[in-house]
Design a protein around this ligand. Structure first.
Ligand SMILES: [Zn+2]
Length: 490
């Protein structure tokens, strides 16, 4: 299998973490000696049976997938039968919030549990420094086989957050300028994952796996293959389609509503198409006999806007169209089926929660690694029913990709957004009464007081004292060209 950007050798197995059944010393040797793989695998096998002590982990990120376009989140169209089933058989998080509205910072948060203010990948020309621990490093040190299959330019290995993955396959993320947004990638992606699972299945006594799969097709352009291209709008007779969505002029805020409806139907078609490929991944795990021994998590990095607030695409604003993402989790061995978590959670909570459910203690230097306010949380105790007092988690986020930098603070029922530089501007929304963020309560002579304004201030102060861990990186010309074609570099 062709792979690139694997980061073997950079991982430093550490003693802390108290690995259950996989001593850190063995983990360290694992990185250097294939013979010890079998020894470690033996330690992870219960009573000589083929049942692994630790669950596998399949973490799927579907790029640009907004929560409110999934049927399980109340969308009228049947866009997501597979994801709906995962939610039914596991848990659905009603309000999962991304720390940004674009790909790079959100994914680094997902895979490290650190906020953009700390990991520092808030610019396409920054890479992760070596001091930030990744979820993959921790799982690998605890006996996991780790592999990632990714398909978008901000997932390229040069960004450095693939550290800890034995395989970081970004072949599909290196496609040509045109393919960067027009190509269909899910079939090839799943084929590559399948080949890896073949090797994993054939390896004898099994190490549990951590698989990260990043799916790209929902990302613009919206050009799903048949039958998904006509599935949700079969009667459309116009000539607007979902190509050149971001960079072309045909999709604009004053376009014919009927044409915009069609563009949205194509977006929904991409979702249904991708959902089917998620289903193929799960079927594969079922055939391997490991589906129920696998923690399956499906989420996204951000959504897309369709002019609800005047913009199209993502990265420009911080309304819920782009920062409220789907999050469903299935782990039938420990997490009861059918739960809906109404409380707010953050993408930063995913990594510590996976460690918690897997029974892998988080090392002291994992995540924010300090007793900071609103830091990431391991939610596993609530998911398995050991605790019931679900905490209130405030979410924070930022984007500085288009226009003046913006940041937000969000509770379950309220959202505060401010423009950080330039003409000062603050917005405040009552999400309970106005989930579409249409009535800005900060406008008017007497804006109501908001604890989120203070919380946003405190969050900013907290991180202004900490050095960001992003380091400059040279983009190769091909990647620059890809990013330009997507409208990500001017
Ligand atoms: Zn993205």
């Amino acid at each position: 299998m062709a792979t690139s950007g694997t980061s073997g050798g950079e991982t430093d197995a550490r003693a802390e973490g108290g690995a259950v059944g996989a001593p850190a010393v063995a983990a360290r040797r694992l990185l250097h000696g294939a013979a010890l793989v079998a020894v470690l695998a033996g330690l992870a096998i219960a009573g000589g049976s083929a049942e692994t002590v630790r669950p596998n982990v399949l973490l799927i990120s579907i790029d640009s997938l907004r929560a409110d376009h999934l049927h399980t989140y109340g969308y009228a169209r049947e866009t997501s039968p597979v994801i709906d089933r995962i939610a039914r058989e596991g848990v659905r998080f009603e309000a999962a919030i991304s720390p940004s509205s674009w790909t790079l910072p959100a994914h680094v948060t997902l895979l490290t549990g650190t906020p953009p203010e700390l990991h520092g990948l808030t610019d396409p020309r920054r890479r992760l420094d070596a001091s930030t621990r990744t979820l993959a490093e921790v799982l690998r040190e605890n006996g996991y086989a780790t592999a990632a299959f990714v398909s978008g330019p901000f997932l390229r290995s040069l960004y450095g957050y693939g550290r800890g993955f034995e395989v970081w396959d970004d072949v599909l993320a290196q496609k040509s300028k045109q393919d960067a947004h027009r190509g269909v990638t899910s079939p090839a992606l799943v084929q590559r994952v399948d080949a890896w699972l073949d090797e994993w299945g054939a390896a004898g006594p099994r190490r549990p796996f951590f698989l990260f799969v990043h799916m790209w097709d929902v990302h613009y352009d919206y050009d799903p293959p048949p039958p998904y291209d006509t599935m949700f709008d079969p009667d459309y007779a116009g000539d607007v389609d979902g190509t050149d969505f971001e960079t072309g002029a045909r999709v604009h805020r004053r376009m014919e509503p009927r044409d915009l409806e069609h563009v949205i139907a194509l977006y929904d078609g991409e979702i249904r198409f991708t959902d089917a490929w998620v289903g193929k991944l799960l079927s594969r795990l079922q055939r391997l006999g490991v589906l129920d021994d696998t923690i399956v998590v499906v989420t996204s990095d951000h959504g897309d806007e369709f002019f609800e607030h005047g913009n199209k695409g993502h990265a420009k604003a911080l309304y819920d169209e782009t920062v409220r993402v789907p999050l469903v989790l299935r782990h039938p061995r420990r997490v009861p089926a059918g739960r809906v978590v109404e409380e707010q959670v953050r993408l930063a909570d995913v990594a510590p929660t996976i460690l918690g459910l897997a029974g892998v203690p988080a090392p002291k230097d994992f995540g924010t690694a300090a007793d900071t306010a609103h830091r990431e949380q391991d939610l596993s105790a609530w998911l398995v029913g050991e605790r019931s007092d679900f905490p209130e988690l405030l979410a924070f986020g930022e984007t500085s990709r288009a226009g003046p930098p913006k940041r937000f603070a969000r509770s379950r029922g309220e959202k505060y957004i401010e423009q950080a530089r330039g003409r000062p501007r603050a917005e405040l929304y009552d999400l309970d009464g106005d989930p579409g963020e249409t009535k800005d309560l900060a406008v008017g002579p007497q804006p109501p007081p908001s604890r989120l304004r203070e919380a946003a201030e405190a969050w900013k102060r907290q991180w202004s004292r900490v050095e960001s861990r992003g380091r400059p990186v040279e983009l190769d010309p091909e990647l620059e060209q890809q990013l330009r074609a997507l409208g990500y570099l001017k």
